[in-house]
Unconditional design. Structure first.
Length: 138
């Protein structure tokens, strides 16, 4: 009889754990493996590239956040199997210069080729420059 006394408590706990483990963060499905916050680890280029030492990209749903040097910018993005296109919303504030990119026009999007994308690592390239990111927060 003593075992039956704890059965509702154990069953309720198992149900709660099952329900909570099925929860996903909002926008995680839309962003896929891009979802989360990525820290720039290094840049490889044929010529020296001036870039920010503290730079993060974060993706959720259909928007991204660009955080160079502890400041913020944001925009929308488009992700295909092998490309990433960032469309900034605060065009006058940033032109991706903190990534070492020079765009021809302030309203130009920044397009990258996705060389690697996993749950923990992202490698994107543009022309002859490669950016290596590591997942910082999921």
């Amino acid at each position: 009889m003593k075992r039956m006394k704890y059965f509702p408590l154990v069953a309720g706990s198992l149900l709660a754990v099952t329900l909570l483990s099925n929860c996903e963060a909002e926008g995680a499905n839309e962003a896929g493996d891009l979802y989360g916050r990525w820290k720039l680890e290094s840049v490889k280029a044929t010529a020296p590239v001036a870039h920010s030492d503290t730079l993060y990209l974060a993706f959720q749903g259909k928007v991204y956040q660009y955080q160079p040097n502890w400041d913020y910018d944001w925009g929308t993005y488009r992700h295909t199997a092998d490309s990433l296109i960032l469309n900034p919303l605060q065009y006058e504030k940033y032109f991706f210069k903190e990534m070492g990119i020079t765009l021809g026009h302030p309203r130009e999007s920044a397009a990258f080729k996705i060389d690697e994308l996993s749950k923990k690592r992202m490698q994107i390239s543009r022309h002859d420059t490669i950016w290596y990111f590591k997942k910082y927060i999921e």
